[in-house]
Design a protein around this ligand. Structure first.
Ligand code: GUN
Ligand code: FE
Length: 451
């Protein structure tokens, strides 16, 4: 007996960077595993359609005119333990910020009880904000990383989870030995894999080159190959960081080459920030199919710089958005969209006013492109483009049931088209606009009490 579910109403998703599709009177059918088995456009009468085709439907969800279904957000870079100080400590640049606020805060995750409480809050908060997939940095502590994995599994998020590696240039209260770091990373990968969950992926997570010895990075490169898992890290975020990093690895041609020289750049790798990149480095990302996590809020908040995303897109480099909690203060990818919008407009202004030394012409990102980066673009960065990111048949229903009802953060007017409603959501919506949040067809969050 088949038990399929149909959603009927406005469906909005990206087909590519350039193409946003707004489907009116759409019919989306999922099976009991949460996989999309049918997508039909412009169906004027659902009952007539279902009478004509036997889809084995047992549940029907009709969306109201001020509601639409969109793919869930993908956050390609967030630090789960840093959520405890989100919104605090925004006064210092990266290296001082790490030493003053971040390392002390992360060291508290040695306690699993402490970690459980904080991790339950942060994962719940991200789901409530529509982040159906997140790539997490945890801390160096194996037990707390395992606890984060359990919590994510229980709350139902799709996630990449990384045990952070740090064996040098770190405070004595928050550092590992090289052997301990490699041993615990292997144990952590085994732990995540033992769950046999298609929603959970372990990711090798050297914090950044400054905090990892050559020996550690070489060992992590070997583990990435042995287990065929992705690698995430930070790259070219801040001027002082770049200078210090290059001084530590004088045999490498540049910061990006350091990771490459340690076999950490594969087509499954993705790097956060990439704000200050030389042309050679951008070319290396393109050649190796390495993705970029654009963390605009963080780049402003700890004043690292303004990242030129258009430069990456023009070279065909995969780009997604990251909140970078807590360098970025917001847990919401809607904020990442808005911060990226502002960063792109800032780039436009800098080009126009001759502050970049290059062409005066610059094409800032438009809303449909920002939405692509927040969904399908992020899915590509994580190698999940065949699984999530839009409503193509065969993908998983990771989705947001957006409701712009009266009394919420977005006011809709009579003549607003579906596209205008959607753009208003991107700029004015918040967690109050999300009636239901689904991961692989399972409801995991939302303002409604049930479905
Ligand atoms: N570089 C190394 N560690 C971090 C971190 O925790 N946050 C950010 N934004 N950059 C980093
Ligand atoms: Fe980060």
């Amino acid at each position: 007996m088949t038990s399929n579910t149909v959603f009927y109403g406005t469906l909005i998703h990206s087909l590519s960077l350039a193409e946003l599709e707004v489907i009116n009177n759409g019919v989306l059918i999922i099976n009991d595993k949460g996989i999309i088995i049918h997508l039909e456009r412009n169906v004027p009468d659902l009952n007539a359609f279902l009478l004509k085709h036997d889809f084995g439907i047992t549940k029907i969800h009709r969306l109201n005119p001020h509601q639409f279904l969109a793919p869930g957000f993908v956050d390609t870079h967030a630090h789960a333990p840093q959520y405890v100080f989100s919104g605090l400590g925004m006064d210092l640049p990266l290296l001082d910020w790490l030493n003053t606020y971040t390392f002390p805060a992360e060291s508290s995750f040695k306690s699993v009880e402490y970690a459980e409480k904080a991790y339950t809050k942060v994962v719940s908060r991200f789901l409530r904000n529509g982040t159906t997939t997140c790539s997490w940095f945890a801390t160096i502590h194996l037990n707390a990383c395992q606890s984060l994995t359990d919590i994510i599994e229980r709350l139902g998020q799709r996630a990449f989870i990384g045990k952070v590696n740090m064996d040098q240039n770190s405070p004595d209260y928050y550092v590992e030995t090289t052997e301990g770091s490699l041993r615990d990373t292997r144990l952590f990968i085994d732990y995540v894999n033992s769950k046999k969950s298609s929603l959970l992926t372990p990711v090798i997570t050297p914090r950044f080159a400054i905090s990892c010895t050559s020996e550690l990075m070489l060992g992590l490169g070997k583990l990435a190959k042995e287990y065929d898992v992705p690698v995430q890290s930070h790259l070219c975020e801040n001027h002082d960081e770049i200078e210090f990093t290059c001084s530590l690895f004088p045999d490498s041609a540049n910061y990006t080459a350091i990771y490459d020289d340690h076999n950490l750049l594969t087509d499954k790798s993705y790097m956060a920030h990439c704000v200050h990149m030389k042309d050679d480095e951008v070319d290396m990302l393109a050649a190796k199919s390495v993705g970029v996590s654009h963390c605009a809020n963080s780049n402003f908040s700890i004043h690292s710089g303004v990242c030129d995303v258009r430069r990456f897109l023009k070279k065909g480099i995969k780009v997604g958005l990251g909140t970078d909690v807590a360098g970025g203060f917001s847990p919401s990818v809607l904020d990442s969209i808005r911060s990226s919008f502002m960063a792109s407009k800032t780039m436009k202004i800098m080009h126009r006013d001759g502050m970049t030394g290059g062409s005066k012409e610059y094409e800032p990102l438009v809303p449909s492109e920002l939405f692509y980066l927040a969904t399908l673009g992020g899915a590509k960065v994580l190698g999940l483009e065949d699984t999530i990111g839009n409503f193509a048949v065969g993908k998983s229903l990771d989705a947001l049931w957006v409701d712009l009802a009266e009394g919420g953060p977005v006011d809709i007017f009579e003549n607003d088209t579906n596209t205008q409603m959607f753009e208003k959501f991107l700029f004015l919506g918040n967690d109050q606009s999300l009636l239901h949040v689904f991961v692989q067809g399972r409801r995991v969050a939302g303002t409604a009490t049930s479905i």
